[in-house]
Design a binder for this molecule. Structure first.
Ligand SMILES: Cc1ncc(COP(=O)(O)O)c(C=O)c1O
Length: 426
């Protein structure tokens, strides 16, 4: 079994806590960079029409922090945006033009306008959006559609079954959509799908690529267009549990190449650039939620009450997700106690871990919850007046950089208007 490690010692964290009180998320820059390089090396065979290599458009929603985006930009990544603030965040980091893939759904017009203004690749989620796009800001030169394979692909617990999903175009719609775009004079095309979340079964991931390559062949035959790129989506899984295995990028890439050669090269449709939009696999394992134990209580169960709560990490509450916990300084002690690790929300589901085997916990212990680098801080919320935590960056030289300060009570109150309260009668 893997032992899940943290990239800092108890003494280091104690020093950090003196300056930045718990709870906070901390990200390991070196590990993020090493992993990004590994992904790019695995897909180094990819060559587009103008010799462009593989690209991952990092799903901003996973970790919308400008410092993280800048690190990823330096590693060759673009952004996958699905809202106006995400587009603006990319712009602020200097990620613009076709370095952005805009993959929204239920999209308001002003987002299409901003995406077009930035020169982003627009990925349409519905056939009716063709008309909307035409009316709002005109059809861009390059267009992409999100494919929903419906019954031919199983989804996953987090993202749902494709047949029930609100996303994407059906097979019939997508062929029609490309035909319409061809008639409207579009010459540059991409194809996208996103059918799964946290998937570690490599065969499933490879099969998604095969499905897209087959669709490209079909659209080419039926509509007579050529594709510039294919976006395999995100959804690559990470090993949350100690016994989980990470996705081997080399094996995954080899499988994708096999079908690329057979279907794309074999049908003389190459070169087509292969891209992805992973979030979780890029930053997930390299983020940690650090918290302190406030109370240990004994009722029908034993509870560890921490200064973090589900507002800092919603995944356990939302999906029953497992996030491993390391008790700093007690790594070699036996896990011979069973606890529910909870926060202070007035909500019984506010549990960061349920019936977790841990060493004996005492007040003041520092707990580190693993794999919070994606969909962690980002999914935070203010319910019960909980304030969003800080985000810190562990630099490769060991320095600590605060990349987002903790929210204050003033921040929390900033959207409330108290000026009319005095004369207000309910
Ligand atoms: C359209 C789209 N792309 C990419 C992602 C990123 O998924 P993951 O972080 O699991 O790779 C998501 C996640 O919600 C998504 O909705």
């Amino acid at each position: 079994m893997n032992v899940k490690k943290v990239p800092f010692s108890k003494e280091q964290i104690q020093k950090i806590i003196e300056k930045y009180p718990t709870p906070f998320h901390i990200y390991d820059e070196k590990a993020i960079r090493d992993n990004a390089r590994k992904l790019y090396r695995a897909f180094s065979w990819v060559k587009g029409k103008n010799n462009e290599g593989f690209k991952n458009f990092f799903a901003v929603k996973a970790c919308p922090n400008p410092y993280i985006l800048k690190i990823l930009k330096e590693e060759g990544m673009g952004t996958d945006c699905s809202s106006l603030p995400e587009l603006m965040l990319s712009e602020k980091v200097g990620i613009t033009g076709e370095e952005i893939m805009f993959s929204s759904n239920d999209t308001p017009n002003e987002e299409f306008v901003k995406a077009k203004q930035l020169g982003a690749i627009i990925n349409l989620d519905d056939i009716s959006f063709i008309e909307r796009l035409e009316k709002t800001d005109g059809i861009p030169d390059l267009i992409c559609f999100r494919y929903n394979p419906g019954p031919i692909k199983e989804g996953s617990e987090i993202i749902g079954n494709p047949v029930e999903a609100k996303y994407g175009l059906t097979r019939e719609q997508i062929i029609e959509a490309y035909r319409i775009m061809k008639e409207k004079g579009v010459k540059r095309f991409g194809l996208h799908t996103m059918v799964v979340s946290n998937m570690s079964n490599i065969n499933y991931l490879i099969d998604t690529a095969k499905m897209l390559f087959e669709l490209i062949v079909e659209v080419h035959e039926k509509v007579g267009i050529e594709f510039e790129f294919v976006n395999l989506g995100g959804g690559v899984g990470i090993p949350y549990k100690p016994e989980d295995k990470p996705v081997d990028y080399d094996v995954f890439s080899k499988g994708v190449k096999k079908y690329y050669d057979k279907l794309i090269v074999g049908n003389k449709l190459d070169p087509i650039r292969v891209v992805m939009e992973c979030g979780r696999a890029v930053t997930g394992p390299y983020g940690f939620l650090v918290m302190k134990v406030r109370h240990v209580t004994h009722k029908y169960r034993d509870f560890v009450g921490t200064d973090a709560c589900s507002a800092n990490l919603m995944r356990p509450l939302l999906y029953g997700a497992y996030h491993h916990i390391t008790v700093l300084g007690k790594e070699s002690q036996p896990c011979d106690h069973v606890y529910d690790v909870v926060g202070s929300l007035c909500e019984n589901n506010d549990k960061l871990a349920i019936q977790r085997k841990l060493p004996k916990i005492e007040v003041g212990d520092i707990l580190v919850q693993h794999d919070t680098g994606a969909h962690g801080h980002a999914m935070g919320f203010n319910y019960n007046g909980k304030l969003r935590s800080a985000e810190l960056l562990l630099r490769p030289d060991g320095e600590i950089l605060q990349i987002r300060r903790a929210e204050t009570v003033d921040d929390y109150f900033s959207t409330l208007d108290f000026s009319g309260l005095k004369n207000f009668r309910g």
